[in-house]
Ligand binder design. Sequence first.
Ligand code: SF4
Length: 63
Amino acid sequence: MRELPVLFKEKSLCTGCAACFNACASNAIRMVEDSEGFEYPEIDEKICIRCLKCLKAAPCRNE
Ligand code: SF4
């Protein structure tokens, strides 16, 4: 199977906008709060079908 999409390389590049989360029709992404209270997306590799809709939707990937 293809590799999991990489939503961001560093946390500083993610605004936590949840566009990728909202784009995922498979509900493979969940927003997880870190120790500072900011939410970041995490992909469940068992659910993800590698459609890459999350990457297409993510503004941080389209700059
Ligand atoms: S590749 Fe598709 S199924 Fe996997 S996390 Fe992204 S939108 Fe969801």
